[in-house]
Design a protein around this ligand. Structure first.
Ligand code: SF4
Ligand code: SF4
Ligand code: F3S
Length: 265
């Protein structure tokens, strides 16, 4: 199959921790360097662009002139309701989002912040943080939730667009079905213990040492759609449950307010 030429990408950051960018640069398949040097042309990124200041702002404006309808807009972080909370380069970042979204081929909402609002939208949500979809209506948005998403899922979505020249199949929430069709619970390595009724009751008990199911210590795997149990992290090495931690549902809407880390009061 013939690959299209490098697709221009503008990567905007909003209310974020840069964890999604950090995850992206650790992809092992496809390798991040292959994505950056052979598959995409990263025209603007606050983390990865070599240029800075006026030079990199000019680069983003040039994309609007040269690649109208052809570039992919990657969005990391949630968007505040009031533009006073976030300006970049002396400009409201909400205005920048709407300007860049209007002529993009597609928007990839990387992470739970841009997909759902994420941690910045956690109670009491002081900035009125919202997902990308609240500000963009006429450009297709692909949600790639996770806090952060798995590196190979992030690059895999871009690879699909470039290879096939179209968006991947999405579910009713706008997530690629290839990566979000299963619950963690469906593929969990501890599932046999769940079915057998063998549970960890406390993190230092015998069940924890034996690797029993983490449901009773807060695991959200039964209600969380993500590929962690299938693809695992760090190039397929492990994932939270395999390492002894309950899934906190980080790819689900409002995960921070719905525990098990914090309980909304
Ligand atoms: Fe950070 Fe998580 Fe938001 Fe990504 S989704 S920017 S990792 S808080
Ligand atoms: Fe399901 Fe969590 Fe138990 Fe795994 S550890 S079987 S995801 S409840
Ligand atoms: Fe997040 Fe649960 Fe995977 S916490 S990283 S969705 S196992």
């Amino acid at each position: 199959m013939e690959m299209n030429s490098r697709v221009p990408v503008v990567w905007l950051q909003f209310q974020d921790c840069t964890g999604c960018s950090e995850s992206f640069i650790r992809s092992s398949q496809p390798k991040t360097e292959n994505v950056l040097l052979q598959m995409i042309s990263l025209e603007y990124s606050e983390v990865l662009s070599a240029a800075s200041g006026y030079q990199v702002e000019a680069s983003m404006e040039q994309v609007l002139k040269d690649y109208k309808g052809e570039y992919v807009l990657a969005v990391e972080g949630s968007i505040p309701s009031d533009s006073a909370f976030l300006t970049v380069g002396g400009k409201s970042q909400i205005d920048t989002l709407q300007q860049m979204a209007a002529d993009a081929k597609a928007i990839i909402a990387y992470g739970s912040c841009s997909s759902w609002g994420g941690i910045p939208a956690a109670y009491p949500n002081p900035t009125g943080a919202k997902p990308v979809t609240s500000f963009v209506k006429n450009t297709p948005v692909i949600r790639v939730p996770g806090c952060p998403p798995i590196a190979e899922v992030m690059t895999g979505v871009i690879a699909h667009i470039i290879t096939f020249g179209k968006l991947p199949e999405l579910d009713q929430h706008g997530r690629p079905t290839a990566f979000y069709r299963h619950r963690i619970h469906d593929k969990c390595n501890r599932r046999a213990y769940f079915d057998a009724g063998l549970f960890v009751e406390n993190f230092d008990d015998e069940g924890a040492k034996q690797g029993y199911c983490l449901y009773k210590v807060g695991c959200k795997g039964p209600t969380t759609y993500n590929a962690c149990a299938e693809m695992r992290w760090n190039g397929g090495v492990s994932y939270p449950i395999q390492s002894g931690n309950p899934c906190i549902g980080c790819s689900e809407k409002d995960f921070w307010d719905n525990g098990p880390l914090y309980t909304r009061r």
